[in-house]
Design a protein. Structure first.
Length: 157
């Protein structure tokens, strides 16, 4: 059974997307994915996005700053993971670099230390080396650099 896409006009799409963007930050990538669910031509989708940009409902720099703040402070992600996610969403390297400047190295190390201290009690291993290796892999999967992890793990004992 084929699922038919709902037909929607440009003005209706703009109205719905502007209301959505007024509630939360979205990037062009997110809006394109949402518009793809509706029966619209590519030209109509591009027009809606152009209008959203013109009226400042979408701002990639603002999106990058909000994304970095949220993922760093609430999810505990490191800069490497955040940067990769932003690149996947089509955010320019310039906007990523501008937003990354909001997070200091000392703040990053402090968050990493909190994350690893919280993870430490549930990490089991036969030796201290095994436990540190597991914590290292965990921190790396969260997007922290090897230098940051080495600094913090060295202080954990």
């Amino acid at each position: 059974m084929e699922v038919r896409k709902k037909h929607i006009t440009e003005s209706e799409a703009f109205s719905k997307m502007s209301a959505l963007c007024a509630k939360s930050e979205y990037c062009i990538y997110d809006i394109r994915r949402k518009l793809a669910k509706w029966d619209m031509t590519q030209e109509e989708r591009d027009n809606v996005i152009a209008l959203l940009l013109k009226n400042k409902f979408i701002d990639e720099q603002r999106y990058a700053q909000a994304f970095i703040y949220e993922k760093f402070h609430y999810n505990g992600w490191g800069v490497m993971k955040i940067e990769n996610e932003l690149r996947l969403r089509g955010i320019s390297q310039h906007n990523i670099n501008e937003a990354k400047n909001e997070i200091s190295e000392s703040e990053t190390l402090e968050y990493l230390k909190q994350i690893l201290c919280a993870k430490r009690p549930s990490t089991h291993g036969k030796t201290q080396y095994e436990i540190k290796a597991k914590l290292y892999r965990y921190a790396y999967s969260k997007g922290y650099t090897t230098e940051q992890i080495s600094k913090v793990i060295g202080d954990l004992d």
